[in-house]
Design a protein around this ligand. Structure first.
Ligand SMILES: Cc1cc2nc3c(=O)[nH]c(=O)nc-3n(C[C@H](O)[C@H](O)[C@H](O)COP(=O)(O)OP(=O)(O)OC[C@H]3O[C@@H](n4cnc5c(N)ncnc54)[C@H](O)[C@@H]3O)c2cc1C
Length: 392
């Protein structure tokens, strides 16, 4: 097993690093570093800069605007973006709907949707979860009844990230209520968010931010040509997509950058006349997180080496989701500990060294609780590993 970058890969990393340093707008970087909320325009601005460079979807086939890069090159671009403080690329179109269309879409669906996903013209969201149907997704109730060349959709989705920005939603809907096996009555539909009968209501998270929504469907007519794969085969599509969802949750580059910031913050905050960075208990916890992050990076490189050899990793990629999100949360906890009483401030305190940044830490801490829940909760990931890898 070779866990080092080759000479070519190191050259590529340097090229990516230099390009990001020259092309990431300073205001977007500042927002990211200060944990400020990003607007739809912010997200799309970065998407379009990468699109122009040809780097927005390196994993797509070349004929559709992707690259012929190796998995290692793709990983390098992703992690370098995290490390540099780039805004995230919204995954719903690029990394969820697109792989589904490549695998199951008709030619007409591919031609219609893929170019607009790539350019950022269409903003997508994911309509899977419903009240009472999150981990137990197969219990979903949103109904799609066939009526001539349309489906009529009625029901509710919840926790729909960025539905308030979205032009389109991909949805799991129930097209057959009489199947003994719940999974067999489910289909995968693409729905125009401007369709009459759709209502989007905000859910305000505990940090005060508006990321997620409830989406209501009230007799929404959807052309049958927007069905992906066969009717009743939506569960197969959903499983294909969830694998892609989990690949991007490790966020090692971002955690490395944040850990570096944490050390700088802790070096400047005094406790009992000494920087908190020198406090043995703080150092102990910090070091544990740092070691875990190094272990996560090595694990990720092991998966990459497997992929390089043509062997796709199995259910064990759930490890990346579990450890990656636990580390992200631990960093927010240590940040709060490092700034002590200032962590609770809702607005900058006069004469504070880290005023703008520090004022966002409590909100950031609250917001990051979500990471162990979304994309399949960490408990569910542990179940997956237990069943598929350990055979329990
Ligand atoms: C910020 C945020 C953004 C989201 N964005 C989207 C989105 O864009 N689109 C979308 O479709 N969904 C989205 N979700 C929903 C997310 O996928 C669900 O919240 C998640 O799957 C958990 O489902 P639930 O909330 O219904 O909790 P439940 O499934 O009710 O789980 C509650 C608790 O019980 C545990 N639990 C449940 N079943 C088991 C089990 N079998 N074994 C052990 N423990 C179990 C869970 O781990 C959890 O701790 C988002 C969620 C959040 C928080």
């Amino acid at each position: 097993m070779d866990l080092n970058y080759s000479q070519d890969e190191t050259t590529f990393r340097d090229e990516v690093r230099a390009w990001l340093a020259a092309n990431l707008p300073a205001d977007l970087r500042a927002k990211m570093l200060n944990y400020e909320a990003l607007t739809k325009d912010d997200l799309l601005r970065w998407h379009r800069i990468l699109f122009k460079k040809g780097w927005v979807a390196p994993e797509w086939p070349v004929e559709w605007g992707g690259t012929d890069w190796t998995v290692v090159q793709r990983y390098i671009l992703e992690e370098e973006q995290g490390y540099a403080g780039c805004p995230p690329l919204v995954p719903f179109g690029l990394r969820m709907c697109a792989p589904v269309l490549f695998r199951f879409g008709t030619d007409a669906q591919k031609k219609r949707f893929l170019p607009r996903i790539l350019s950022g013209e269409d903003f997508w969201c994911q309509g899977y979860s419903e009240p009472g149907s999150g981990s137990d997704l197969a219990s979903l109730k949103t109904r799609a009844a066939r009526d001539g060349d349309h489906y009529v959709v009625t029901g509710q989705k919840i926790w729909t990230t960025m539905a308030h920005y979205a032009d389109w939603i991909f949805c799991l809907v129930r097209t057959d209520t009489n199947r003994e096996k719940r999974q067999e009555g489910i289909s995968f539909l693409l729905i125009d968010m401007r369709s009459p009968g759709i209502t989007v209501r905000p859910i305000i998270l505990m940090d005060g931010g508006h990321d997620v929504n409830e989406v209501f469907f009230d007799d929404v007519r959807v052309p049958a040509e927007n069905l992906v794969h066969e009717e009743g085969k939506g569960w197969t599509v959903a499983k294909h997509l969830l694998g892609y969802e989990r690949m991007g949750t490790g966020r090692i580059g971002q955690s490395k950058r944040e850990l570096q910031t944490l050390k700088e913050v802790a070096a400047g905050q005094m406790k009992d006349g000494k920087p908190i960075l020198e406090d043995p208990r703080f150092r102990d916890r910090l070091t544990r997180v740092e070691v875990e992050l190094m272990a996560l990076e090595i694990t990720n490189l092991r998966f990459l080496d497997q992929l390089r050899g043509g062997r796709p990793p199995g259910a064990e990629v759930s490890l990346l989701k579990i450890k990656g999100t636990e580390i992200q949360q631990a960093i927010t906890e240590l940040m709060m500990q490092a700034v002590g009483p200032f962590a609770q401030a809702f607005k900058p305190v006069d004469n504070m060294d880290f005023d703008h940044f520090t004022a966002r830490l409590a909100a950031r801490y609250c917001n990051m609780r979500k990471t162990t829940i979304y994309a399949g909760s960490n408990e569910i990931q542990r179940n997956i590993i237990a069943k598929a890898t350990l055979g329990l």
